[in-house]
Design a protein around this ligand. Structure first.
Ligand code: GLU
Length: 421
């Protein structure tokens, strides 16, 4: 039978497994299997030839028992309601595990942003906000950047929402540029959070990061900063990187400035001179100490999981490992750290931005980084402790299940005390 790759079915399956292990109340389980609210909108946008084109957009609020909905907006040609639903569920678990005052949500538009002029991108972004303005707000649901959306797009969106409300509402969206009260540190907080998790994981596994080799899949915000931070903070050697077009490998280690230059010149990192070409699939199977998937879902699946053998698998992307691959990796003893722990630095940074916007009082970069470190290091330790607790009871679980158990039990407890079941 073909492997299940519908992201929402995968998210439900993961929840079902956690529910069974933690003996979750049936009523709570039923509530948590589906989003609370699904919004589908038709988004008209004026194109450069003067014609109006219509795009399909989504905004899904998965659960708000612990706080307003929170989660990014993706502009992607293969976007689908099922993907957005899955990502909104993962946002719920991510915010709960980090123990920040947010529920989970996600949005997206089916489009190919690479084909748009800046004006087209702005028109589409503003139109989307007009379509969903009833459903978002600093106390209800707060969007942010994700795949192919940027601080500039967040700024247009905040501006459009503020025009509708007839006053500035900075806290409606996070990941904004600093000029409109984004936060110091938010831009690279996904990758920085991942590095704090990597530091703790390496300590636990007694891996010397200074001598470690790293492969990164993806050259977007997360992958790019993961590259620079791993070399800056730990002195690790990044030997391979790919983007959606292709990639490069060099035993000696790659140079970030040269990668940026290659990307600018040819549109892909594979224009890098003096390194071997490597495909996305090949990168995942390289013999490296640390593998960092930092692109999109379903990259490690039944077909290649057996060949994925890093000492630490650091899931910086959302949903890079399918459930069948998850089982294979566990059988092979791979130390696989789950997405909603590893990449939670992004939304923790968003939480800091939102808190600052609500107060109108701003922190230094040092405060931001230090608070991020405290929160994410605690999450990592909570996950390890829960894994050990279950193993002591005779039930072996992987870090993903331990993270699920913590996250789901907090949401269920909030729903219970609010009287939802
Ligand atoms: N898009 C990021 C994520 O998947 C950040 C979301 C946010 O900051 O709201 O975690």
């Amino acid at each position: 039978m073909a492997e299940e790759l519908d992201p929402f079915k995968i998210a439900q399956k993961q929840l079902d497994e956690a529910a069974e292990i933690m003996k979750l109340d049936k009523q709570a389980h039923a509530i948590l299997r589906e989003p609370q609210q699904t919004v589908v909108v038709n988004v008209p946008a004026k194109m450069r030839n003067g014609e109006t084109k219509t795009f399909t957009g989504f905004r899904v609020l998965y659960n708000n028992a612990r706080g307003p909905g929170k989660g990014g907006i993706r502009f992607h040609p293969q976007e689908s309601l099922e993907t957005v639903k899955a990502l909104s569920a993962w946002m719920t678990w991510k915010c709960s595990l980090a123990n920040i005052q947010f529920g989970g949500a996600k949005g997206g538009i089916i489009c190919d942003p690479k084909k748009f002029s800046p004006a087209e991108l702005e028109n589409l972004s503003r139109s989307y906000i007009r379509c969903i303005s009833k459903f978002i707000g600093p106390e209800t649901d707060i969007p942010a950047p994700d795949v192919y959306t940027t601080p500039q797009i967040m700024s247009w969106m905040m501006d459009e929402y503020s025009r509708i409300k007839e006053h500035n509402v900075y806290g409606v969206i996070t990941g904004k540029p600093l000029e409109v009260w984004g936060s110091e540190g938010r831009n690279d907080s996904t990758a920085l959070g991942g590095m704090f998790v990597l530091r703790e994981a390496a300590k636990l596994k007694k891996i010397n990061l200074k001598k470690a080799t790293i492969a990164v899949q993806g050259f977007g915000n997360a992958g790019h900063f993961a590259f620079s931070l791993a070399s800056q903070l730990f002195g690790s050697k990044i030997v391979a990187i790919t983007d959606s077009q292709g990639g490069v490998y060099s035993e000696k280690g790659l140079d970030l400035a040269k990668l940026d230059e290659a990307k600018k010149r040819t549109g892909s990192v594979d224009g890098y001179k003096g390194a071997q070409e490597v495909s996305n699939d090949e990168l995942l199977e390289l013999d490296v100490d640390i593998l960092i998937p930092a692109a999109i879902e379903n990259q490690i699946h039944k077909g290649n999981a057996d060949k994925v053998k890093p000492k630490i698998l650091l899931e910086l992307a959302n949903g890079p490992v399918t459930p069948e691959a998850d089982r294979i990796l566990a059988q092979n003893g791979i130390f696989d750290l789950p997405d909603f722990l590893v990449n939670s630095g992004g939304v923790i940074g968003s939480y800091f931005e939102w808190v600052q916007n609500q107060q109108g009082y701003y922190w230094t970069r040092e405060e931001f980084d230090q608070k991020l470190d405290t929160i994410i290091t605690k999450s990592f330790r909570d996950v390890m402790a829960t894994q050990k607790e279950y193993s002591d009871k005779g039930r072996k679980i992987n870090p993903r299940m331990a993270a699920y158990i913590i996250a789901v039990s907090r949401v269920a407890a909030a729903m219970k005390t609010r009287g939802w079941y």
